[in-house]
Ligand binder design. Sequence first.
Ligand SMILES: Nc1nc2c(ncn2[C@@H]2O[C@H](COP(=O)(O)OP(=O)(O)OP(=O)(O)O)[C@@H](O)[C@H]2O)c(=O)[nH]1
Ligand SMILES: [Zn+2]
Length: 345
Amino acid sequence: MSYDLSRLGWDEFFASAYGHFDRSDAAPARVLRADRGVCTVLGEAGVTRASLSGSVLLSAAHDPVKLPCAGDWVVTRRWPDRRITLEAVLPRRTALIRRTSDKDSTGQLLAANMDTVAVVEPIHPEPDDARVERLLALAWESGAQPLLILSKSDTSSDPEAVARQLAELAPGIPVVPVSVRGTQGVEQIRAYAEGGRTLALLGRSGAGKSTLVNALAGAAVMPVQAIRDADGKGRHTTAYRNLVPLPGGGAVLDTPGIRGVGLLDTAEGLDRAFADIAELAAHCRFGDCRHGAEPGCAVAAALANGSLSPRRLASWRKLWHEVEIQTARQQARQAGAAGHRRRRG
Ligand SMILES: Nc1nc2c(ncn2[C@@H]2O[C@H](COP(=O)(O)OP(=O)(O)OP(=O)(O)O)[C@@H](O)[C@H]2O)c(=O)[nH]1
Ligand SMILES: [Zn+2]
């Protein structure tokens, strides 16, 4: 059996990075699932398990983001005793990373090398605007193209109206109502995986991600929550992240249900998720305008004439504040590490 890796998005970018590692006992593969110390990978020869090499473990010891993750392209090596090891992670084109905790400034890698990140928000119970904004900022930050999926659309009498409302939180991003009961939107979502592309799903636990993966794959490949809480919140069931190749090419990547979303690394994702506010801010008289009481503030003007909602501005301010704290923390950590090196050196 020989699997054509271009069906999974293998291209010049990865092939040229792989060139450095090419040797007769090596082969490229894509990580379907990452467990502790071992990955399930798909290569030209099919699906195999590969244990992490010493050098991969060593580089990850300092930075967990270097560990292989679902969606990564990697170099595998076959040993004379037929053992297979994972020798290197090829550079990532895009990466979905979130903060592991408020106190920590390192991240948790949720998915790699996706072309599109779909934020999945259920239409019922009512969509949570602040969560959608946060997740969209994270999606933008990944470097992939964001998309907003309004899941369980069969539970609303007017999904299109809800979609129009949510579109205001997502300037320039398609908003697609989807139901797996009646298949509204499912084919539209499949199109995002065509041409060997990868679609990652991001959303809270119980949003319907695994169910959508199963609908796209045409078979039950992901465990789906059976027990529901009365508030519709659901339990944390997806403990690992899985890349699922689709029958028509391309792949869909489920990420674990996100509860707390402490997430931002840079102002860039935020600027793009709040492109409306960023655009206004560009017209403020002062380049460092804080959009408070400064004269000539375009943001304040938009607020006054009603074209910008106070809720959206408040949301942006809150996330901005988080980015500032995060950046300060990271700078402190880097300064600490540099000082440590100087003292030792
Ligand atoms: N009515 C309706 N229910 C849905 C739909 N999609 C998913 N559900 C239900 O929503 C519940 C949660 O779905 P999951 O797919 O397990 O959610 P998840 O986002 O994968 O959750 P985690 O694995 O915890 O991250 C299940 O009971 C599904 O049957 C839909 O389109 N319509
Ligand atoms: Zn201003």
